[in-house]
Write a protein that binds this ligand. Structure first.
Ligand code: CAA
Length: 378
């Protein structure tokens, strides 16, 4: 039993084994195409759904896998170990779209949305950021104006939407009373594909996580019935912040997976590559790099699992999730940089995967709250 498994329950060990096998057998063979061709791995979605990976924390009554948050972190890590794009498609869907519906939705909303999301027949996204509003999330300008008949008129633009071009369901944040600042924000559930007035922006061309489709969402004269309001009026900011607390554990797990990929690839390479008459793994400078990478990655996982365990136990975890995301994302970037250094010239070309790990790791320091915002939260 390795040191990760030793900390886990029997069920969590089984989940990890299943995720690892699926990642290695089914996701890994696609990973280079996903990156090089900016390919959205559509064929994985039904398979991820069958395994329960698209409704990890959803109760069985709504068709989910009813697993805990540690299991969720394990699944995201194993997917990210082989393909960071796939891992973020899964994590944005689970923690940013499903979780707020689970936590704040009424029975009718849960019954309507969760079964198809958990099965993977619909995909979810989360729309908080705007062209001029990222870290300062309370400064929402996308507006929701209540009409005489109780419907809501939505107008505005949302940016950087993971899964935006492919999502069916969106958890959307809007401003209704700017004078009330964060207390004037509402959350809605939007059916993106069949609500008039919704336009999906062009797919962004990104540095990394190239197979994870990202776009803006435009709302113009978009009318939503009152049944689409998520939570109470004015509760939107709290919903967004609480959702991101859980999302940050997922991004920490993603960063752990990317960092582990850099470490494991570099260790194999160092055992093969020779310099000065012996494998470079026998040179102390290389050993020191590998030792530092392994300490930081294991530390990052411990922080991510601590935050997940607190969430599972109903304890506060805002600070712990921010600590995990901050530490893990910096550890992943550092591991990828050291991995490139260990690979030398081969690390700088696309023949090896380690340059992809750097491009994929970088976003973990930015999305779901930058490192600067995590420090502010801590
Ligand atoms: N949970 C619940 N409520 C919270 C909370 C939390 N974690 N954090 C703050 N709140 C509440 C506070 O209690 C306070 O409520 P009251 O007024 O009732 O007391 C209220 O929210 C305002 O709190 P602050 O004054 O601390 O809020 P702020 O305006 O200073 O902002 C912030 C705080 C931490 C900077 C926040 O704006 C933030 O997290 N910014 C980053 C946003 C972010 O992560 N964006 C990423 C978007 S998602 C994405 O990346 C796209 C994708 O698809 C992956």
């Amino acid at each position: 039993m390795d040191s990760i498994d030793a900390e886990l329950s029997e069920e969590q060990r089984l989940v990890r084994k299943m995720a690892k096998e699926f990642a290695g057998d089914v996701v890994q063979p696609l990973a280079r195409k996903v990156d090089h061709e900016h390919y959205f791995p559509q064929e994985l979605i039904p398979k991820l759904g069958e395994l329960g990976f698209l409704g990890v924390n959803v109760p069985e009554t709504f068709g989910g896998a009813a697993l805990d948050y540690v299991s969720y972190a394990l699944i995201v890590e194993e997917l990210a170990r082989v393909c960071a794009s796939t891992s973020v498609i899964v994590s944005a869907h689970n923690s940013l779209c499903i979780w707020p519906i689970l936590a704040y939705g009424n029975e009718e909303q849960k019954t309507r949305y969760l079964p198809s999301l958990a099965a993977g027949s619909t995909l979810g996204c989360f729309a908080l950021s705007e062209p001029g509003t990222g870290s300062d999330a309370a400064r929402q300008t996308c507006s929701a104006v209540e009409q005489d008949d109780g419907t809501w008129k939505i107008d505005g633009v949302k940016n950087w939407i993971t899964n935006g071009p492919v999502a069916d369901v969106c958890v959307l944040f809007t401003m209704t009373h700017p004078e009330r600042k964060h207390k004037g924000i509402n959350a809605f559930i939007v059916d993106l594909k069949n609500t008039p007035g919704v336009t999906i922006g062009k797919r962004e061309e990104k540095l990394g996580i190239c197979g994870s489709p990202t776009s803006s969402l435009m709302f113009e004269n978009t009318f939503l019935p009152p049944s689409q309001l998520l939570g109470a009026p004015g509760e939107g900011f709290k919903i967004a912040m609480a959702t991101l607390d859980g999302g940050r554990i997922g991004i920490a797990a993603q960063a752990v997976g990317i960092g582990r990929a850099a470490l494991e690839d570099s260790l194999s390479y160092a055992k093969e590559r020779e310099a000065f008459g012996k494998p470079i793994a026998e040179h102390q400078s290389i050993q020191n790099y590998l030792a530092d990478m392994s300490c930081r990655i294991d530390g990052a996982r411990l922080l991510a699992h601590r935050a997940a365990r607190r969430k599972d136990r109903g304890l506060p975890y805002t600070k712990e999730a921010a600590q995990a995301k901050l530490f893990a994302s910096e550890a992943a970037v550092d591991a990828a940089l050291k991995g490139i250094q260990i690979h030398g010239g081969y690390g700088y070309v696309k023949e090896f995967n380690v340059e992809r790990y750097l491009r994929d790791a970088k976003i973990t320091e930015i999305y779901e709250g930058t490192s600067e915002i995590q420090r502010l939260v801590i």
